[in-house]
Design a protein. Structure first.
Length: 363
């Protein structure tokens, strides 16, 4: 059967079967087949998988059943942190107040999603905490920065339920996930969309001025006309996987202007790139976006230093032969495989006999 992984707990995978004709079925608690474990190829929330059911009669009668995942189907997309797959849309949730809006952190999420080629919807929550004048000022700046870049924007209040109709319209019929700093109101938004979920929420710390994690694992939640993968907030997202020369490709305004740079390897820095087309047109880029680029660039430089001296090649856990996938023996096990042990034994015997023959010859 084919189904979707909607929750993972320890080494158990809870799979919702794909059934036609609107038939309602129970989820199946699954383990991984040994071949997938050896390949170190584990499913993530949102994965489409093939699985077998143990006790089909119980499953058909609506009772709880157990099964085993035998194959992970091809993914439309994948994010490693948090580990989710097959998204149609990612909602980047930011709060206008408590905690205050952090443009650099917002740009960090957007650059991350650009890298993985996932569409983003910008949701600015807690607009009920701002007075009208301050709110309009913030809205104008947000629109000025992100609308020209093609982002869709919605302002919401989980408390007053403002903006929820617009949010539902954007996500109708899609599989989505929410991301954003802890404390911005992701769980509160989900509760406002459907109070029956009753997800745990916490207030923002008065001392630290930031929230705490309330979502501890990824879980796919079913709504009437869309699906949400509830994820923990990003505790630390660093661009330790992008080379400096490629970072500008994930800022649309920089990508558009960088073709006019004098040098092909230009990093668009004010102090060294006097003939850079981006520096000449810096007034066309919002200062928070350029500041974000500079901050991320420093992280990318550290990554370049690392790969220069250590390289990036990783040994795969499987190989293809005659269009079939086979699991490779791990490096540790390969070092003392039976075949090698037998060969070493033969070599020792040959060396022993050779030494004896030499001694007999000398005598």
């Amino acid at each position: 059967m084919i189904g979707t992984v909607y929750k993972i707990h320890s080494d158990f995978y809870y799979v919702m079967p794909h059934c036609n004709d609107g038939i309602t079925v129970n989820a199946v608690e699954c383990k991984l087949r040994e071949v997938l474990k050896k390949q170190r190829n584990k499913p993530v929330t949102g994965d489409f998988v093939e699985f077998e059911i143990q006790g089909m009669e119980d499953f058909a009668s609506g009772k709880e059943a157990q099964g085993a995942i035998v194959k992970i189907l091809e993914r439309k997309n994948f994010i490693p942190r948090p580990a989710v797959a097959n998204l149609d849309l990612m909602i980047v949730v930011s709060s206008i107040f408590e905690p205050d809006l952090d443009f650099v952190q917002l740009n960090r999420y957007l650059t991350f999603l650009k890298y993985y080629n996932i569409e983003a919807l910008l949701c600015f929550n807690k607009d009920d905490l701002a007075d009208a004048e301050k709110l309009n000022e913030i809205k104008d700046r947000i629109s000025k920065i992100y609308k020209p870049l093609g982002y869709k924007i919605v302002f919401t209040s989980a408390i007053k339920k403002d903006g929820l109709p617009s949010l539902k319209r954007y996500i109708k019929g899609k599989t989505i996930a929410l991301t954003g700093q802890s404390g911005v109101g992701k769980s509160s938004l989900l509760n406002a969309l459907n109070p029956e979920f009753n997800l745990k929420t916490k207030t923002v710390s008065d001392r630290l001025k930031r929230g705490t994690h309330t979502t501890r694992h990824c879980e796919l939640l079913e709504f009437s006309d869309f699906r949400i993968i509830d994820t923990p907030g990003f505790s630390r997202l660093v661009f330790d996987f992008i080379l400096p020369k490629n970072l500008g490709n994930y800022f649309d305004e920089i990508k558009t202007l960088k073709e006019g740079c004098k040098f092909r390897d230009c990093l668009h820095l004010i102090d060294i790139s006097e003939d850079c087309n981006i520096i000449k047109n810096l007034d066309k880029i919002d200062i928070s976006r350029y500041e974000s680029y500079i901050e991320f660039l420093e992280e990318a430089k550290l990554y370049k230093t690392k790969v220069t001296y250590e390289g990036t090649k990783l040994e795969t856990s499987s190989k293809m032969n005659n269009n079939k996938e086979f699991v490779k023996i791990s490096t540790k096990k390969r070092a003392c495989s039976r075949k090698k042990l037998r060969q070493n034994t033969k070599n020792l015997i040959l060396e022993h006999h050779t030494a004896q023959d030499t001694e007999n010859y000398d005598d």
